[in-house]
Design a protein around this ligand. Structure first.
Ligand SMILES: *Cc1c(COP(=O)(O)O)cnc(C)c1O
Length: 359
């Protein structure tokens, strides 16, 4: 997170039912629309990325045996969206893809062909648990061309402000992200962009068993430049400033920097003799398998304690057991080539210390 954003968040708290707050909120909303590439509303919810995605899921399809959702999973987060529909008793067709690979437009088109009653499709653009990105533009096109009225709900939590993405141009109905990945803010905000088909669907579906996650409430307030419940005022201020910083660089520059850091990281890790975890790597982060003999906990603790560098480990899910087997490096947010080189140097040092021979 950039220092000016942290300083903005530290300012005194203003009351949220004031014109001062409404001006800040309206400015944030416009910046979010430009970032998402949409003319439609982008709602700002208090909560994490999961809160925002769950709100989109439960607001756009009612529980029961029909219609059904097509839920695409190729990692931990896609599996979570399946778990949410399971918990809410929405009937789903699961399309599961091997961890480290990405779902394709052909697979999605075929699943829609075989199941004409699908009314929403959930998809993760950048699957952070496997550091894998899919071809979102082609998949969105496949959903549109299929001719059914299925809505495409996209988890863009590690792709918005990291990977090239144009919501309206690509025909994405719902795009969700969170504040703490590429948006340079602490955790606490979730965002839901709604295209025209999604806005229309909201008026038709009667969500069951939810109140504060019912997006109709958020949309109604948004149209009035407002929020339905007490918002995290200071995070909203901070997010407004972070987006101003992103826009002052230009979003294309941010995408290019992310891609350069990813490219450099993949090259360095491979030259250390490591195998990447993905056959379709996302530029927002890079993951590699540990070489044999390196202990995950000890390795990451050494990076943290000796080098002040925080990287992530792996996760376990239904489609993979990667806890202790992999590590992941972020290229999102307020991070540059010097930070990334320092991390890679430290990784090389600690791998060598753990007995991995680097040629
Ligand atoms: C981090 C992440 C989530 C979960 O977001 P929370 O803010 O932790 O709820 C979901 N999907 C993806 C792709 C993520 O990277």
């Amino acid at each position: 997170m950039p220092e000016p954003v942290l300083a903005e968040i530290a300012k005194p708290v203003i009351h949220h039912r004031t014109s001062q707050f409404r001006d800040i909120f309206a400015d944030l909303s416009q910046r979010l629309q430009r970032l998402f590439g949409t003319e439609g509303p982008v709602l700002t919810l208090a909560g994490s990325g999961t809160t925002a995605f769950e709100a989109a899921q439960v607001s756009l399809i009612a529980p029961g045996p029909a219609p059904r959702a097509l839920t695409v999973a190729s990692g931990k987060f896609g599996e979570r969206w399946q778990d949410i529909y399971q918990a809410c008793r929405v009937e789903q067709i699961r399309l599961n893809v091997t961890w480290g690979s990405c779902p394709t437009a052909e697979q999605v088109a075929q699943a829609l062909q075989e199941n004409p009653d699908i009314s929403v499709v959930t998809l993760v653009h950048s699957e952070t648990s496997t550091a894998t990105a899919c071809d979102l533009q082609s998949i969105a096109q496949a959903v549109r061309e299929h001719g059914c009225d299925a809505l495409l709900i996209v988890d863009g939590i590690t792709s918005v402000a990291a990977l090239p993405l144009h919501m309206d141009e690509w025909g994405i109905d719902v795009l969700v992200t969170g504040s703490q990945k590429a948006l340079m803010l602490p955790p606490g905000l979730g965002f839901v962009g709604l295209g025209p088909r999604a806005v229309h669907r909201l008026q038709q579906v009667k969500p069951d068993g939810c109140y504060s996650l019912d997006l109709r409430r958020w949309l109604e307030s948004w149209q009035d430049r407002d929020v339905p419940f007490t918002p995290p005022v200071n995070l909203i201020r901070g997010q407004r400033l972070a987006l101003e910083m992103i826009e002052s660089h230009g979003i294309a520059d941010v995408w290019a920097r992310t891609a350069e850091l990813a490219d450099m990281t993949r090259g360095r890790l491979q030259s250390m003799g490591l195998q990447l975890i993905s056959d379709s790597p996302s530029d927002s982060l890079t993951g590699a398998f540990y070489p044999s003999g390196v202990n995950d906990g000890a390795f990451r603790a050494a990076l943290r304690e000796k080098h002040a560098i925080q990287i992530a480990g792996g996760q376990d899910g239904r489609g993979g057991q990667w806890k202790g087997k992999i590590f992941r490096i972020s290229h999102m947010g307020h991070v540059d080539a010097d930070d990334t080189r320092a991390a890679l140097d430290a990784i090389e040092t600690q791998l060598t210390a753990a007995g991995h021979a680097i040629g």
